[in-house]
Design a protein around this ligand. Sequence first.
Ligand code: TRH
Length: 382
Amino acid sequence: MGDRWDIFCKVVDNYGDIGVAWRLARILASEHELDVRLWVDDLAALARIWPAVSDRLPSQRVAGVQVQLWSEPFPRVDSADVVIETFQCAVPQTYVESMAARPIRPSWINLDYLSAETWISGCHGLPSPHPLLPLTRYFYFPGFDPATGGLLHERGLEAQRATFLSDPRTLERYWAQYELALPARGELRVNLFCYPQAPVAELFSHWARGTTRITALMPAGAAAEHLRAALAPGSAIDGWIERGAARLKIIPFCDQTEFDRLLWACHVNFVRGEDSFVRAQWARRAFVWNIYPQGENAHWIKLHAFLDRYTAGTSPRLSGAIRHIWRAWNGLAAPGELSAAWECFAAERNALARHATRWAEELACPEDLAAGLVKFCARIGK
Ligand code: TRH
């Protein structure tokens, strides 16, 4: 297997597709010293999560990765030694032909979406021969058990997190960017990254009526706009929304590295989709997942598959606290149940944090998804 890798990414919506592709590209380039080219059809989406990328340059080198705009018609280029198609995005036909014309065929991978469902381990690594050309594509599934492709995880991530959290001056500077001091005793800092369907206004109103001081930071986007329209129409985008015991600020998107710091710094993280969901697990904090909604509520199966793994072996009390709020947050509970769900969750905060640490320790293995992929491609490329 050679050192040239091409990763293809089509942005379906939001930032998860490019979020995963970009993280993988960066890890392959920095930790495995590979020559990585990332083809993406929406540079603006990448620039949102990595502002060093320009949405005007069709070809640029950033963070050790060659970023290329995937435009149509696709240019005639030599195919790489390894070709990663993310989320079945369909590599351009002319490129596939160039793969078939190589004397040594490239290793061709479809990197699929993450799911905790048990069938994933049976399909991970399966070959799919091309119907016409002498090429085989392999399915690569991220997942939560050793029979899957695992999860993306940078080397040294825990050490970075520990260093960040152990230095009060760093933390002071961190919070100061949002005009905040270090959290007061008893105060909860919450990150609210979710889809517009999540009942944020209901939760915020509940916090407002409570006695715990809650400070929420909400990344800008459709959900934040809905909330502002509901609670404080016409207010300044970067102002605080304050009600009773709760206050909330809409914050600009930051880059992926800085987003990790937000997850580490907050006591509770509301996350969504795929990549922020995984990062919340590495952050070792209590978290609530807003799963990406799919037709016919297919996502509820995925939600429960993860809940089954995540709560396995926990006490009925802890498991109940997690399940209750996750279900309410994803539209699976009766109206009005969210307040009670939050109270149970908040009451278990310390146990949840301990559980989150145990979970992250169990999940982290010496070989992350990128390292496993490098080995897998070397094997199939022989
Ligand atoms: O943005 P998402 O909802 O993305 C997706 C896509 O919708 C995709 O089509 C869908 O299939 C998938 O979810 C399941 O959520 P996600 O996956 O968490 O991606 C967000 C990315 O944005 C992640 O890489 C973290 C990054 N991010 C930043 O870098 N800075 C920020 O300030 C924020 C809020 C996020």
